[in-house]
Design a protein around this ligand. Structure first.
Ligand code: GLC
Ligand code: CA
Length: 567
């Protein structure tokens, strides 16, 4: 679908509410905390917020397990607080996307409770219940599928029966059955409720998985040591997904001026992305895919050495180009380096040894590509991964907890697991936002869920950076102001995009060719490299070093040096 002009030329910001700002000192970030920081966000130039789930939840997966879609979780505030947030954001020209979880509910949701207690209820068919397999007197799950959080996709229903229910995430997150029209109506009603309240759109969580192979036949792919098979095609990007969303669009979305961003994960091909987001025929506006995350090989890096983790700059450029070429003429696209499901971008593609330079370089490189950029909270001050000491420090992520159980059973040491989690865990990006040098980095006076990153004492905080014209934060503000410039926006959205010197192993450079040429050149390495450039540039719009080294048409690029040029 084509988005309305209301959503053009915006720069997004992703908030993980539990870790952003705590207004009442209970250690949990909340809506009033977000409201108190709207002026800050507007000052830096963010005008589109995606806020991770705020609904009532037992927090098994930090709010992605919803037990009441119509209530704000009391930890985050009240329904009134949400209304105030929307009003206050709109006053500042900021639009709000809520994170809407459609693939599963909490097991504590009344629908699921009813489904459990009364197998003849209509809610029973809101979920997937199947009989286990009997082998002798052993009862086994209905099939061998493994889910995203290191367990079987089946959990036994308590009591004297052979029943199991299906869940691709944690066992406290039963998947809902989109084949059931009454279930679909429930979700339409929820969406209308929030759009009528004034919410500007949704980030649609785990969207890829709404349709499953409901034959639930075991997979014949090779099993893991526990006998489970991680065959995500059985519950990802399946044909029925597109018809569900077309109906959702007809029933709800097409009646509102809203923005819809689907999270569609791995294994997605551009043609499938377009089935969702094509200007003319797609039911939503844009899809997040994971193609540009993890291009340093850290994903699944349990048995890799640190030296083996290195950004493959050519592969990264190729991914951006591939998606641009396939989708840009027919679809809006989001841009991001990281979010609450990934380690910090700075620790992935940048370097803590060049924190300020690399945070700026990543910002500049992302911001001027075609699409709508989404910056993850804290990246604007250079936040990076944690260095925790034991697996338990990561257990606020149920996925990490389950994975640790499996790895310990396979014989891995805690030291090995901790090293791996420090590199890959989602908890890396869920630590408190670093506001100042005060207690817990000014996030809260009470102990936060995830320990604060100690680097807030070394300048990685808002207060130290906001008045320093050379800080990472002020660089973001300046670069975002350029991104918002209508002339630049026109070049970015409609100029002809090309990667410059694709085979260069260290430099990420591109151009948009329109009324003028806009050029980004970034050294992605922590050492000096050279880059040939045969144009004369008229203007240096953005740069993260004090002087320019350009001789005989060659740039000498120091560690993580980045330019935005006008030619
Ligand atoms: C999405 C969310 C992730 C969550 C999962 C289950 O991938 O981004 O945080 O764990 O869905 O809802
Ligand atoms: Ca609080």
């Amino acid at each position: 679908m084509k988005r309305s002009p209301k959503f053009d030329n915006r720069v997004g910001y992703i908030i993980y509410p539990a870790a952003f700002k705590d207004s009442n000192d209970d250690g949990i970030g909340d809506i009033q905390g977000i409201i108190s920081k709207l002026d800050y966000l507007a000052y830096i130039g963010f005008d589109l917020l995606w806020i991770c789930p705020l609904f009532r939840s037992p927090m098994d997966d930090n709010g992605y397990d919803v037990s009441d879609y119509y209530q704000i979780d009391p930890r985050f505030g009240s329904n009134e607080d949400l209304k105030t947030l929307i009003e206050e954001a709109h006053k500042r020209g900021i639009v709000i996307l809520l994170d809407f979880v459609l693939n599963h509910t909490s097991d504590e949701h009344p629908w699921f409770q009813k489904a459990l207690s009364d197998p003849s209820s209509k809610e029973r068919d809101y979920y997937f219940f199947r009989k286990g397999r009997r082998e002798g007197d052993k009862l086994l799950p209905p099939n061998n599928w493994k889910g995203f959080f290191s367990t079987s996709t089946w959990e036994k229903v308590p009591g004297d029966n052979d029943d199991y229910y299906f869940h691709i995430f944690s066992k406290k997150m039963p998947d809902v059955n989109w084949e059931n029209p009454a279930l679909r109506e429930e979700y339409y009603a929820i969406a209308r409720h929030y759009l009528d309240m004034g919410v500007d759109g949704f980030r649609l969580d785990a969207l890829a998985h709404l349709a499953k192979d409901t034959s639930f036949a075991s997979s014949s792919l090779p099993p893991d040591p526990e006998g489970l098979v991680y065959d995500t095609d059985r519950f990802s990007n399946r044909p029925a997904l597109y018809s569900y969303l077309r109906e959702f669009n007809d029933e709800v979305f097409s009646h509102y001026d809203c923005l819809l961003v689907g999270e569609v994960g791995g294994n997605l091909t551009p043609d499938k992305a377009l089935l969702l987001s094509d200007f003319d025929t797609g039911p939503i506006h844009m899809v997040f895919n994971f193609a540009t995350a993890w291009v340093n090989g850290a994903f699944g890096s349990l048995d890799k050495k640190d030296e083996d983790i290195r950004t493959d700059v050519i592969a990264l450029k190729k991914e951006f180009l591939k998606w641009y070429q396939a989708c840009s003429a027919r679809s809006d696209m989001p841009l991001y380096w990281d979010n609450h499901d990934h380690p910090r971008a700075l620790s992935q593609y940048g370097s803590i040894l060049y924190r300020e330079k690399s945070a700026k370089a990543l910002c500049n490189t992302l911001l001027f590509m075609y699409g709508t950029p989404f910056i993850y909270y804290g990246d604007e001050i250079g936040m990076s991964n944690v260095t925790y000491e034991k697996p338990e420090d990561f257990f606020s992520d149920v996925g990490n907890h389950n994975e640790t159980d499996v790895l310990r059973a396979r014989g891995y040491s805690d030291e090995h697991i901790t090293h791996y989690l420090n590199r890959t865990s989602r908890v890396n990006s869920r630590t408190p936002m670093q506001w100042d040098k005060g207690q817990n980095a000014g996030f809260s006076s009470a102990a936060p869920i995830n320990k604060v990153n100690g680097n807030y004492l070394e300048g990685v905080n808002v207060a130290d950076q906001i008045d320093d014209p050379f800080s990472t934060l002020r660089f973001f503000k300046y670069a975002i102001s350029k991104r918002h410039d209508p002339f630049i926006n026109e070049l970015v959205q409609h100029g002809k995009f090309e990667i410059l010197d694709m085979p260069h192993p260290d430099v990420f450079a591109y151009t948009h060719d329109g009324a003028k040429k806009l050029v980004v050149i970034t050294n992605m390495r922590p050492y000096t490299v050279y880059f040939s450039f045969y144009n004369n540039f008229s203007d240096i719009l953005v740069h993260n070093y004090g002087d320019v080294i350009f001789t005989n048409h060659v740039f000498e690029l120091r560690p993580f040096e980045t330019y935005l040029l006008l030619v």
